[in-house]
Structures are given as C-alpha cells and as structure tokens.
Design a protein around this ligand. Structure first.
Ligand code: THU
Length: 161
C-alpha cells in the first residue's frame, strides 16, 4: 500500500484591485451579472463571466426555481451558454462573484461540485487550462490556474471509451 498526496497552489489577492486588467474587468462583469441573479429562495446571488479566446465574454447568474433542483448555478448558465454560442472557442477564464442578502460575504465562494464537473468537461475538451477567479461581494479574490486543482481524480470521458 502506498499513500498518495495531491496538493495545489492558488493565489490570494487582497481585492479585485490587485488583479491584472483582464481579470479585473472580467470580475467586474461577473459582479454586474450577479446583480441580475434570480435567487428569491436562497437570497444568495452569484454571477459568472466566461472569457473566450476571441475576447468575447459570456455571462450568467443563478436562476432558481420553486422546484429547487430545477434551478441552475451561475457558472453553468454561463459556461453552457458559451458552449452553445461559441462551440469552438477556447475558454480562457471564468470569474465567479457571490453575495448574500442575509450576510455580508467578505470571502470568495467556490464553485459547487456540479459546476466543477461541468467546467472540467470543457477544460478536457479544449486541452487547455481554465483560470478560475472567485470573489465575494468584497474582500479577497482567489485565483486557481486550472479546474483540475479544484476537482482532483475527476470522472471524465476517458472512462467511457
Ligand atoms: N450557486 C451558484 O450559482 N454557484 C455555486 O457554485 C454555488 C451555488 C447558487 C445556487 C443557488 O441558486 C444558490 O447559489 C444557493 O445555493
């Protein structure tokens, strides 16, 4: 028997102001998208902005439903829309911005497991890493260089061949 260890590094920025221009502008678009979230049940608003290689940005926000499981997270609304409209574009980065009407969210919210799995699908398809930026309504911003850091030992299409 052997023990294996998986470790990863991520960057912590003090605020959105410390990000480079491209990532700061992407996060500002995620912030703007968050303000249009439809989250009457959780009161937790999330916005996402997907940056493509052609420079276009596709946004999404969480869309809730009275039948709770029928709703969808911001990240998947955005990345599925990017896949639908620009199927052959490389995805460079996704910025995720979260807030809560019930508490002041001063730290980033990380994508849920289903969103990690969905982002991982596109990263594998394009064979290029996707940068993940995460922010709360204020405070620190986290940056991961690949979704594989957030989803080690992922299930993917290689199992289905
Ligand atoms: N939510 C997202 O949009 N993204 C995540 O990664 C985590 C959770 C949404 C789903 C739901 O509308 C609300 O936040 C509370 O879970």
């Amino acid at each position: 028997m052997q023990k294996q260890k998986i470790a990863f590094e991520y960057s912590v920025f003090e605020s959105i102001l410390e990000l480079d221009k491209v990532h700061r502008e992407l996060m500002l678009l995620a912030d703007a998208a968050r303000k249009n979230a439809y989250a009457p049940y959780s009161n937790f608003q999330v916005g996402a902005a997907v940056l493509l290689e052609n420079g276009k940005v596709v946004i999404g926000n969480n869309q809730e439903n009275a039948c709770y499981p029928s709703g969808l997270c911001a990240e998947r609304v955005a990345i599925f829309q990017a896949g639908a409209v620009y199927p052959n574009q490389i995805i460079k980065a996704i910025a995720i911005s979260a807030s809560s009407s019930k508490q002041s969210l001063k730290m980033p919210a990380a994508p849920c497991g289903n969103c990690r799995q969905s982002i991982a699908e596109y990263e594998l398809k394009q064979v290029q890493p996707i940068t993940i930026l995460m922010s709360g309504a204020e405070g620190n911003v986290f940056k991961c260089d690949s979704i594989s850091d957030l989803l080690p030992l992922a299930f993917d299409s290689t199992y289905l061949i």
